[in-house]
Write a protein that binds this ligand. Structure first.
Ligand SMILES: [Zn+2]
Length: 157
């Protein structure tokens, strides 16, 4: 078995759609980034790469790559999930937490979980997404951005 963890944080800016966990969520601001800024998918991808001992997302998909400008992070995560399969491993379970002050994400948790499981070709029962706020503290608490963290356990396929 192999364990990996990932963390990511993106700034909230006007004029962009808010995409989290592969789901577009109605909000007046979206996450800034070279790709769609999906902090949850980036944290999950980094957790998978960590478990593989295979570096991080930035090493595989650099921000200098013009082909990735505005890219759906789901496409990047699918490529990372493929590396897991090539290594002869599968997801034992995945647990992720999104830290956001607004918007209210609870109504979107099931959609994020389903999108994540589909992206990873994993059993949805082995994928968990939680959401919390930082109780008004710090930059995330002031609504300046959204953070996500993820832990994954990989096992022999
Ligand atoms: Zn990111």
């Amino acid at each position: 078995m192999r364990v990996g963890q990932g963390f990511d944080c993106h700034r909230l800016v006007p004029g962009r759609p808010l995409v989290l966990g592969g789901v577009t969520i109605p909000h007046e601001r979206g996450l800034e980034g070279h790709s769609d800024g999906d902090a949850l998918l980036h944290a999950v991808a980094d957790a998978l790469l960590g478990a593989l001992g295979d570096g991080d997302l930035g090493q595989h998909f650099g921000t200098q790559d013009p082909a990735l400008a505005g890219a759906a992070s789901g496409a990047l995560l699918r490529r990372v999930a493929e590396r897991v399969r090539v290594a002869g491993l599968r997801i034992g379970n995945l647990d992720a937490t999104v830290i956001a002050e607004a918007p209210r994400l609870a109504p979107h948790l099931e959609a994020m979980r389903a999108a994540l499981a589909e992206c990873l070709k994993a059993d949805p029962a082995r994928v968990n997404v939680k959401v919390t706020s930082s109780d008004g503290l710090g930059s995330v608490g002031r609504g300046e951005g959204i953070a996500a963290q993820a832990v994954v356990l990989l096992e022999d396929a």
